[in-house]
Design a protein around this ligand. Sequence first.
Ligand SMILES: [Zn+2]
Length: 466
Amino acid sequence: MKTAHDYFHKYLSQNISDSDVLQRMQNVIAEFSARAPKMIVMKCIDGRVHGSAAKGYPPTTVLFGRTDGNKVSLDRSNFWFWNRIDRVVKSAYFNTPHTPAMFIAFMHHSKSGLGCASHGSNDTEALKSIELQMKEVRRQYREDELFVLGGDTETDTMAEALLFMDGTRLDSAEIIDYCNLNAPADVFHKAFIAQKIDDIATCRNLGHETPAALLQGDNPKFFANLDICLNMQNYLMRTVTTFIRKERTELYRIVRPDVLDLIFNTIEHIDIPVNLLGPIVYQTVWNIAYSLNHRRLLNNMNDAERIAQLDHAEELACYGDGFEVLPRNKSVLVKTGRGDDMEALQVAKAVLEKNRARYHQEHKLLVHINVEVNGQMMQWEDFNDNVGSRILTMLRNAGDVFGTDVAILTSYSYRNEKRFYPVKISREDERLVYPVDVIAPINSIARFSNMLLKAEEAIYRMKFAK
Ligand SMILES: [Zn+2]
């Protein structure tokens, strides 16, 4: 029998290895980030629309808000919602002057009939939710500080559409159909992918392979290998944003001309801030390749595997922040900032219970609560204010919805690391089945120091690094 403890153990071990890759790739991500706009994406809690991979943005470069069906209270008193946007707006103001931050509120739909559970698969209702957000957010900020967009993910193929305020739709699926693209390599110019990358560092990081070679096969390294994927994202973002400013014809040597023409024709009448044009083109090109790869994966699957891809298959509920490195469809993600977290947690629970009827789980329902920390915790109050007390508040909400018959993991992570450090804020709580508690030996004002915390974190990590 697989216990909740075993589940969490394997889950944490995978998290350690993923966060190690992120740490190694920090320079590449920082380079990407310097050329990308600060971005906030509001999404549904649905695990099928998890993460930023479909947009070509590395983990940690997009700030997410997530609520059931992307329904939120737009009231000013919804501090979490507005503060999350303010964080990105101010980050852009000080770090990327002349490049506004980007806000995208995403809905999702499905051609196979497995749309948004929260809206009862009603696409019109799902659209209404994001339109309300777009309108209200547009009203609160100037165009030169925040560029507001809507988005629509087709969860079967992971094709995304960007919805501009004037109603224009830049849709990867339409471009794929119109230009008759079949494989991920098709979106690029043939000559570009046949050669090795001209940048020496990128070429080295790609193991001196050509993009064409990296795009080959059923599960190409271009997307499946995180190192390679991040390096390609970085290179393409840099190249597209450079050429769009310098010499647009050069862009036609990288992306297939008819694809580029269609993108430019679709958006030419829109007043897009000059520094956002490149990132929007990059994001669209990446998503076309990503979606074509997803289509190919689906075609090579047997029926059971295909249904697991198309439908919900989430194994646990994640509540809080810092889950970006988890794979798609692994967890239902609930963030604070809806105005009423309970409703989102209720939907999460219902989705998991439905999934468990199809994919048998021998253990209790699983909930992972994580708090994300910026910077260092220097004294015990930092830990208590930023982590301990927040976990308590969230644990209470989760408890109200999930009751006592549930296995819960509580942890914190640093924003740039995404490594979960398990902590227990009440030792008697039997729902906290995972035994590790990195804070245990130092959890008081008298015993805490940053150096000891770092030591405990290192010991925890070493246990998994065999
Ligand atoms: Zn949904």
